[in-house]
Design a protein around this ligand. Structure first.
Ligand SMILES: Nc1nc2c(c(=O)[nH]1)N[C@H]1C(S)=C(S)[C@@H](COP(=O)(O)O)O[C@H]1N2
Ligand SMILES: [Mo]
Length: 407
C-alpha cells in the first residue's frame, strides 16, 4: 500500500513525461490491489443520522489566534486541505467586528428605502418568493496576505492566504429589489447596513448594485451559516470582503458615498506620499500554490502534483503559469472546468522533483489581460504603508530534505 502523503510515489517518478507518469501511476494503483493484502473484516456500520458529519478521521479546521475580545477577529480557511473550488461551509473563513448575532429569520426583515418611489420591507418569505439565482463566487478579505506585502510572510498557506473562501450563493439579485422600490433620478449610491452590534455599513455605487450584487440567503445548498450572515447577506462579486455586508437589514439608496467608518479610516490604502487610495473595491487577480506549501514535507523525490487556486475580481481566470525553478522558466498549468467569473479556479501542474533545493511559484492572468504582479512591482507602485489588497506572486521554498518553507 502506498502511504505517501502526497500521492503515488513511484520508482518511475524521475521520468519527466506525462505519459511516463501515468504509466507509473497505473502501476502504483495495481500495487494497492495486490492479492497479498487480505480484505478488511466486514463490520456492521453505524446507523443513519439526520444531519451529516464528516468522517472522524478528518480534522481540518479554521485557524484563529485567541483574542482578548472573543466577538471580534477572524478565522482562516485551511486552503492546503480543501479540494476543488467550493469551500465547505463549516470551513468558510470568518471575519466579524462584533461577533456572530443569533437572528430569528421570522423576526428579520430587509428595509430598502431612501431615494426610491416606494420604500419596502422584505421579509425572508418575501425574498424567497422572488426569482432566485445560484452563483459561485469567492469572498476575500482585503487584508488577506497583508503580511506578504510587509515582507513578514506567514509560514503556511492557511495563515498567509486563508481569508479567502468560495461558495455557491443562492438569493435574489439586488437589481430585482431596486426595481420593486423604483429608483429616483438622484439615486447614485446605496449604503448597505448589517444588523450586528457594530452596524457595519458600506457605500456601494449603483452601477455595481444593478450589475451582479446578490441578496443571498443560501450557501452551498442550504441556508447561510450564522457566521456568513444568516439569514441574509450581500454578496458583492469580486469586491473586497468588507463590502459583502452580513446580517443585512437595510439598503439605503443615496446620492453619494457616505464615508462610513469602514471606508474612511479602514479599507483604504495609505500611499508613500501620504495620499490614500479609497474605494479600491475590486480584488485583483491572484493565485497561490496550496500543495505543496509551507509546513508540508515531500515524502521523497519523484512525482508530486502541484495544485493551487487562482481568482480575479474582474472576471474569469485566463491562465495560470507555474515555475518550479524559482521563476527562471514558466509553463502553463491545467485549469479545472468550469472556470467561472469571480470564483476560485483550481489549477494543476505535474511535477517531478529531483530532490534538489528549489522554489515553486504561480502567476495568473485574468480575462482582462491583467497579470498577477511580483511583490517588487506592487511595492514600487504602492509603497509599504498599506497592507490591504496585496496580490503579489507567492513562492514556496522546497529544501533538499523535502521540507517546504515560506519565503
Ligand atoms: N455586518 C457585518 N458584515 C460584515 C462584517 C462584519 O463584521 N459585520 N465583516 C466584513 C468583512 S471585513 C469581511 S472580510 C467579510 C467576511 O465574510 P465571511 O465572514 O462570510 O467570510 O464580511 C464582511 N461583512
Ligand atoms: Mo475584511
Amino acid at each position: 500500500m502506498n502511504d505517501s502523503k502526497y500521492g503515488p510515489h513511484t520508482a518511475a517518478g524521475s521520468r519527466t513525461t506525462r505519459r511516463g507518469f501515468l504509466t507509473a501511476a497505473a502501476a502504483g494503483v495495481a500495487a494497492c490491489r495486490s492479492p497479498d493484502s487480505s480484505p478488511a473484516p466486514s463490520l456492521l456500520g453505524r446507523g443513519r443520522r439526520g444531519y451529516g458529519e464528516r468522517s472522524s478521521f478528518e480534522g481540518a479546521e479554521r485557524s484563529f489566534r485567541p483574542g482578548t475580545t472573543p466577538g471580534t477577529g477572524s478565522s482562516k480557511t485551511p486552503l492546503a486541505t480543501t479540494l476543488g473550488i467550493i469551500t465547505p461551509s463549516a470551513l468558510h473563513f470568518e471575519r466579524h467586528h462584533s461577533g456572530v448575532p443569533s437572528i430569528d429569520p421570522a423576526k428579520h426583515a430587509l428595509l430598502v428605502h431612501g431615494l426610491v418611489e416606494r420604500p419596502l420591507v422584505f421579509t425572508l418569505e418575501d425574498l424567497r418568493r422572488l426569482p432566485s439565482i445560484s452563483r459561485v463566487h469567492f469572498i476575500e478579505c482585503a487584508g488577506n496576505s497583508g503580511r506578504e506585502h510587509r515582507g513578514e510572510p506567514h509560514e503556511d498557506v492557511q495563515k498567509s492566504h486563508g481569508l479567502l473562501s468560495c461558495s455557491e450563493w443562492t438569493g435574489v439579485l439586488l437589481s430585482v429589489l431596486l426595481r420593486e422600490v423604483g429608483l429616483r433620478a438622484e439615486a447614485k449610491w446605496l449604503v448597505a447596513e448589517g444588523a450586528d452590534a457594530c452596524r457595519l455599513a458600506r457605500s456601494i455605487p449603483l452601477d455595481k448594485a444593478l450589475d451582479d450584487v446578490m441578496v443571498a440567503y443560501g450557501q452551498n445548498g442550504e441556508a447561510l451559516r450564522p457566521e456568513q450572515g444568516y439569514p441574509v447577506r450581500l454578496v458583492v462579486p469580486g469586491w473586497e470582503g468588507n463590502t459583502n455586508v452580513k446580517w443585512l437589514h437595510r439598503v439605503h439608496v443615496v446620492d453619494r458615498p457616505y464615508m462610513t467608518r469602514e471606508e474612511a479610516p479602514y479599507y483604504t490604502d495609505l500611499m508613500a506620499d501620504g495620499k490614500a487610495r479609497m474605494f479600491t473595491f475590486v480584488m485583483e487577480a491572484k493565485s497561490v500554490i496550496t500543495r505543496p506549501s509551507g509546513g508540508m514535507k515531500l515524502a521523497g523525490p519523484g512525482f508530486h502534483e502541484i495544485t493551487g487556486l487562482a481568482w480575479s475580481g474582474r472576471g474569469r481566470i485566463e491562465r495560470v503559469d507555474v515555475s518550479t525553478d524559482g521563476g527562471k522558466t514558466w509553463a502553463p498549468a491545467r485549469l479545472d472546468e468550469p472556470v467561472l467569473p469571480k470564483a476560485l479556479t483550481r489549477f494543476h501542474f505535474p511535477w517531478t522533483w529531483r530532490g534538489d533545493d528549489t522554489w515553486l511559484l504561480s502567476r495568473c492572468v485574468d480575462e482582462t489581460g491583467y497579470v498577477q504582479p511580483t511583490r517588487e512591482q506592487l511595492v514600487a507602485v504602492r509603497g509599504l504603508n498599506g497592507t490591504d489588497h496585496y496580490n503579489g506572486i507567492k513562492a514556496w521554498h522546497v529544501l533538499a530534505g523535502g521540507e517546504v518553507r515560506h519565503v
